[in-house]
Ligand binder design. Structure first.
Ligand code: BV8
Length: 245
């Protein structure tokens, strides 16, 4: 199975990759399906990552994201992120589409990154929907927008919110033109991202999944490689670099 994927990657001019929370798991960032720990243990992330939750309890949602920003700041890219950056360097046309908001792909050196669900390190005004880079330290939680006084929120896409049009268009274009589409560390549940591998397949791409265990995508793609992404991806890159010598 891995040899066939390697042979496709060796000759592909255009490759697209979709990553989910599983690619950051080995950096110590819990996925949405991992049980939350500590004071967040009793909350379901799917319940917190919504505009309704923010309207109902802005302080709780802001503090959950502040906690997660702390995890992200303390985290480092892992071998999976680094291998994907290396794959980009050896592929003429490469697009890394991520559902993650942690920014670790760019920190690993990936260049052409499409953030479908935003980025937790960016903040925006809840009412004006514009990015805000600094605000007066009044001690308000959440802080207030310096121009309209409304509450600030993380610049991420919550459940029930539409994805940034530019990101979605770039992702679908990459899925349509690639010869190989890789799904790495995603449960394949969250829409519309979960449709991208099928769009790629309908467009003629060889589609493979790298995951710890079978999930929603199981048996619907050309290949499944099971194991930690931080082990499988470096093996693939090592094989490609060996053949390339
Ligand atoms: C939309 C940012 C149009 C925030 C995220 C009913 C009402 C309203 C909407 C819906 C509805 N029914 C369905 C929908 C659509 C909804 C949806 O898909 N819901 C799901 C739950 C069914 N989608 C939306 O709302 C999207 N917008 O559709 O707009 C619209 C508008 C209005 C009304 C209707 C439609 C917006 C979705 C974006 C949500 N925001 N993130 C934040 O991060 O706080 S999604 C969030 O969940 C993360 O991005 C994450 O990627 C994703 C999934 O969470 P996880 O399961 O943790 O992660 P992942 O899926 O990646 O799974 C982990 C995988 O890794 C597992 O398979 C595991 O086995 C594997 N793994 C673990 N370790 C490793 C590993 N693999 C390899 N190596 C390892 N070491």
């Amino acid at each position: 199975m891995i040899e066939l994927l390697i042979s496709h990657l060796r000759t592909a001019e255009s490759v697209a990759v979709l990553t989910g929370a599983g690619v950051s798991a080995e950096s110590g960032i819990p996925t949405f399906r991992d049980a939350q720990t500590g004071l967040w243990a009793r909350y379901d992330p799917h319940e917190l990552a919504t505009p309704e939750a923010f309207r109902r309890n802005p302080r709780l949602v802001w503090e959950w994201y502040a906690y997660r920003r702390g995890l992200v700041a303390a985290a480092a890219p892992n071998p999976a992120h680094l291998a994907l950056a290396a794959l980009e360097r050896r592929t003429p046309d490469f697009t890394l589409i991520t559902q993650n908001v942690d920014g670790l792909h760019r920190r690993a050196g990936s260049q052409n990154v499409v953030e479908l669900h935003g980025n937790i390190t960016r903040t925006k005004c809840f009412d004006e929907d514009v990015v805000v880079e600094r605000w007066p330290a009044t001690g308000d939680v959440p802080p207030c927008c310096p121009s309209c006084g409304g509450p600030l929120r993380p610049d991420v896409v919550w459940f029930g919110e539409t994805l940034p049009a530019a990101a979605w268009n770039a992702a679908t274009a990459a899925a349509r033109r690639c010869q190989v589409f890789l799904c790495v560390g995603t449960s394949g549940v969250v829409q519309p991202a979960a449709d991208l591998p099928f769009l790629a397949r309908r467009s003629g791409a060889y589609v493979a999944e790298i995951n710890l265990a079978p999930g929603a995508l199981h048996d619907q793609l050309d290949a499944q490689l099971y194991g930690p992404a931080g082990e499988i991806l470096p093996r693939i890159l090592a094989a490609l670099e060996t053949i390339g010598e």
